[in-house]
Write a protein that binds this ligand. Structure first.
Ligand code: ADP
Ligand code: MG
Length: 456
């Protein structure tokens, strides 16, 4: 098996390890061997019928989901009994195996490699993502005519991949013959490196320049890779000039990528840059309800509300928590109360409180950065050298936490309208002002570090 195949199974195992208790993981998942991955088929093996039956009855949907999450596509997974392979040592991955992407647009197979569950229908819209969602819908409805490129950025697990693929799925449903390419930037990079090694760069170029829609996920991977950026620049131009839609996602804005060539930054800014923020508690609850419905999980509403309340940093963790609770309920058939959920999820909840960024740390970090006192940020002085850092602190409080305007207002002893105004002021200025963008990036970094320090 090649290294990419090994990675898919290993990565799926990592996902499952995060979802299941270590006991269950060791007993049921660690015993599985991945025999083969070819195209979208995966062959797994266990040592006897008992394991096979139990896994099929209890964990198969979860395994399938984990594989889908890491591979970005629905895979046909078969589980066989093969006692012989459990005596032999594991095959070593081939270090230089070429990485092959799904072939684009041939025969009757769909001309894309999208996860069909990531659609607009399954995407819950709330205040934190409504602009990004509207922009994605516009790009999907009239590709290359509205926002090109569409650049979606936001933190981990906030729905970038989902939204991007929803665009692809929408276009694919309307135009089944369209050549749609979804690819993670890391895979794109590996493929380019392979092409360089095998003297097949021209084939690589041809492949990417004849597609109808290019979606590159996690483009921040280009940061600091000059040669790859050069290659991508030409691909970008060629597609753009032929009016093909380009969609990119990233964990930061183009100007926050210090190692990105200015001409690429400016290309990325040609279209629309839109942020996916952290969802508020109502949106989190709605997302969880939708997930429970889609995955057919039976979890009481009050537990769902509790999870949505407690886990706010990212939706992937929230989903993992839901699956873990649902698995426990279905395996034990026991009533689960909040105390039990806390016990089941203690590691996740711990991590969550660490990840939680608080307004006070933001205020203190900003004060320190501008050589002010914390009391200046909270005070009433209106001179610009104090009022501006104060507005920056308000903006960061809004963008870095999932708190509402009134809650942030309270933390600054102001009303919510003041916070709203400050947030918009800073956001508008930052669009044009590179120096401010950099200051904000530095401050975010410091806040993250200070918050992490505070909980150690
Ligand atoms: P990212 O790419 O930003 O790290 P993903 O797109 O992989 O995040 O999202 C993580 C998980 O959260 C996925 O299972 C996705 O379906 C789910 N998710 C994120 N946002 C939403 C949303 N608004 N509605 C429904 N599910 C969502
Ligand atoms: Mg992603």
């Amino acid at each position: 098996m090649n290294s990419k195949s090994i990675n898919i199974w290993d990565d799926a195992c990592k996902q499952l390890r995060g979802i299941l208790s270590s006991d269950i993981y060791d007993r049921w998942i660690a015993v599985i061997q991945c025999l083969e991955i070819s195209g979208s088929n995966m062959r797994l093996a266990v040592a006897n019928d008992f394991y096979k039956d139990w896994l099929e009855e209890n964990y198969f949907p979860m395994i399938r989901k984990a594989v889908m999450v890491v591979s970005g596509q629905e895979m046909e997974i078969s589980l066989t009994v093969d006692s012989s392979c459990f005596d032999t040592p594991k095959e070593e991955p081939e270090p230089h195996a070429p990485i092959s992407l799904p072939t684009l647009g041939r025969g009757k197979k769909p001309a894309h490699n999208l996860n069909k569950n990531y659609t607009f229908d399954s995407f819950v819209v709330g205040p934190s993502n409504q602009f990004a969602h509207a922009a994605a819908m516009a790009a999907a409805s009239s590709p290359s005519r509205t926002y090109n490129p569409l650049f979606i950025y936001g933190g981990v697990g906030l729905g970038k991949t989902h939204l991007m693929q929803a665009i692809g799925n929408h276009v694919a449903a309307k135009k089944p013959r369209a050549k749609i390419c979804y690819i993670n930037c890391e895979t794109f990079t590996n493929e380019y490196i392979d092409a360089l090694q095998n003297n097949s760069v021209s084939a690589f170029r041809k492949k990417y320049r004849k597609i109808d829609m290019l979606m590159i996920d996690d483009i921040q991977f280009l940061d600091g890779k000059a040669r790859l950026q050069e290659e991508f620049f030409h691909t970008f131009n060629s597609l753009f000039e032929s009016h093909k839609q380009i969609v990119l996602t990233s964990d930061r804005t183009p100007s926050e990528m210090a190692g990105l060539a200015p001409r690429l930054i400016s290309r990325f800014e040609w279209g629309l840059i839109t942020e996916l923020g952290k969802p508020d508690v109502e949106t989190r609850t709605a997302i969880l309800r939708k997930k429970a419905e889609l995955l057919n999980l039976h979890v009481d509403h009050d537990l769902i509300d509790y999870l949505a309340e407690r886990i706010s940093s990212n939706i992937r963790s929230l989903e993992g928590a839901l699956i873990r609770v649902a698995t426990y309920i279905s395996l034990t058939n026991q009533h689960v109360d909040v105390a039990k959920v806390e016990e089941l999820l203690h590691d996740l909840l711990d991590k969550e409180s660490k990840a939680t960024i608080n307004v006070e740390t933001i205020q203190r970090t900003v004060a320190e950065h501008f050589d002010l006192r914390h009391s200046d940020i909270l005070g009433k002085k209106r001179s610009r050298d104090i009022a501006w850092p104060r507005q920056i602190a308000m903006h960061l409080s809004r963008t870095m936490t999932s708190q509402s305007f009134p809650v942030i207002g309270e933390a600054f002893s102001r009303n919510h309208a003041t916070i709203l105004y400050a947030n918009e002021q800073v956001a508008t200025k930052a669009k044009e002002d590179r120096a401010l963008q950099q200051t904000l990036a530095i401050l975010k970094d410091k806040v993250n570090k200070n918050c992490a320090k505070a909980v150690q």
